[in-house]
Design a protein around this ligand. Structure first.
Ligand SMILES: Cc1cc2nc3c(=O)[nH]c(=O)nc-3n(C[C@H](O)[C@H](O)[C@H](O)COP(=O)(O)O)c2cc1C
Length: 450
């Protein structure tokens, strides 16, 4: 039997400081070029050379004003601010690649489903079926206020709203146009057949929609659905809707528990455990030898900002860590922000000093440092010990982190049979699942077909 192939996304954002804060000051980092098309088209081509499954683009609506109750540190260190729209990048990158997928984060809370459905269908057409959507509902009061609310919707209610949002989208993407609705017959003067395009009627608690989907069926119809919440309510949502789940692991034992929970949530929703692919965020610093890798690590550390990392974590947890003395124990409070992030504070006696140590590289993701063989050993070990399907590889110095990985680690993984040597045919869904372009039968979205 052939070895399980590791799936790989590049993890990025349409901004300067994404996960590893402070590294924008590194002389070889080009993230301040994020405003140019060339930055993105070159990156897409680099990733396609490495046979990456996708470029996963995070996004945030709102600013990180929890730390010191201000945006001073985020502005100085460019902590996901300024941040441009991720969806607008796709056309340019799709034009210079043929196989790379695009996992796009979009917050559903502030955009009507009818308009969002059209934007995603448009991108699915233009990319020939290469888009995924990372479903997020937001976790920042600053976003809610900017959008006219006094505070954000309560945590579990956000998921209730998301469930209904998805229902509307399935109706539009899966149910409005039949497969043979488009005839495109100039002789008969019929482009689309009356009777084969249906009006969506949705009268729910959050949304009222009466209308036809504006786009003809795109290759995947519903984009590949990503999700990243792992609270109890988040898992319920993932089990029902997600095809790919993104987690931030702490160690192998706890990651295995998380992965098992995700698969159990799929089974609970009448799906197969493998219907969800689970990716973990990861930093990799590789060198030709172990010594060179550690030297690079030390060099990166000298540019990183641990304080900026903690300021980011303040926003994720809604706790202002600047209020604490360096060695004062941090109080756990149940949060209306990211519960999976706050949970990590629950059982440990965390202090600001410990958080700063944890954020030495500017972020909280696990970091592998070593030679290509050592990194490949660890990647394989993570996959076999936890049941993960793949990784969302962060950038530390961009594009150097990706280039190093492609030049050194990928050939080693390929030699071991742990990584593909060519792309599979078809849409993003077909490539990742080796199945159909459309949602599989057991997915709830497929029940909305006419
Ligand atoms: C690893 C990870 C990545 C995330 N990326 C984003 C993001 O790019 N944009 C966003 O608005 N929320 C992001 N989130 C927040 C989640 O989508 C979700 O709203 C949040 O985790 C709350 O879910 P939970 O309390 O169920 O964990 C991320 C969460 C995790 C754990």
């Amino acid at each position: 039997m052939s070895k399980k192939k590791i799936l790989l996304n590049a993890f990025n954002m349409n901004c300067i400081g994404h996960i590893n804060h402070g590294l924008w000051t590194h002389p070889r980092d080009n993230s301040t070029q994020y405003k140019t098309l060339e930055y993105w088209t070159e990156l897409a081509q680099i990733l396609e050379r490495g046979l990456f499954d996708g470029l996963f683009i995070a996004d945030i609506v709102g600013v990180y004003d929890v730390y010191q109750n201000s945006i001073d540190v985020p502005l100085k260190e460019s902590i996901q601010l300024p941040v441009n729209d991720p969806l607008l990048l796709v056309s340019a990158m799709a034009a210079v690649t043929r196989n790379l997928g695009f996992g796009l984060t979009a917050n559903l809370t502030y955009e009507p489903p009818y308009l969002f459905a059209r934007r995603m269908s448009t991108l699915d057409h233009l990319s020939r079926g290469r888009v995924g959507w990372n479903i997020v509902t937001g976790y920042l009061d600053s976003a809610a206020k900017a959008m006219g609310l006094s505070e954000q919707v309560e945590h579990d209610r956000r998921y209730d709203q998301a469930d209904e949002y998805l229902e509307v989208l399935y109706k539009l993407w899966e149910g409005s146009w039949e497969d043979d609705a488009v005839l495109n017959d100039p002789q008969a003067r019929v482009y689309a057949q009356p009777g084969k395009v249906h009006k969506v009627e949705h009268h729910g608690e959050f949304y009222q929609v009466e209308g036809y989907h504006l786009c003809e069926p795109s290759p995947q119809r519903t984009p590949v659905l990503f999700q990243a919440g792992s609270s109890e309510r988040g898992l319920l949502f993932a089990g029902r809707h997600a095809e790919c789940v993104f987690i931030s692991g702490q160690n192998k034992a706890s990651t295995k528990i998380q992965v098992d929970k995700v698969r159990a949530s799929a089974v609970e929703a009448g799906r197969k455990p493998d219907d969800i692919k689970v990716f973990m965020g990861l930093n990799v610093i590789v060198g030709a030898t172990e010594e060179l890798a550690w030297r690079k690590h030390a060099e990166y550390l000298s540019y990183a900002s641990a304080e900026a990392g903690v300021a980011h974590f303040s926003a994720s947890t809604a706790i202002d860590f600047s209020q604490y003395e360096l060695d004062e124990p941090i109080q756990y409070v149940k949060s209306n922000a990211i519960q999976s992030a706050t949970k990590n504070l629950q059982n440990n006696d965390w202090t600001r000093r410990k958080l700063l140590d944890q954020h030495a590289l500017g972020g909280r993701y696990i970091t592998l440092v070593g030679s290509p063989e050592q990194v490949a050993d660890e990647l394989e070990s993570w996959i076999s010990a936890t049941g993960l399907d793949g990784f969302n590889l962060t950038r530390i110095v961009t594009p150097e982190s990706y280039v190093d990985f492609i030049d050194m680690v990928i050939p080693e993984l390929q030699r071991r049979g742990s990584y593909k040597t060519e792309y599979a045919q078809g849409t993003l869904r077909e490539k990742v699942f080796h199945g159909t372009a459309r949602l599989p039968e057991q997915h709830t979205g497929s029940t909305y077909r006419p």
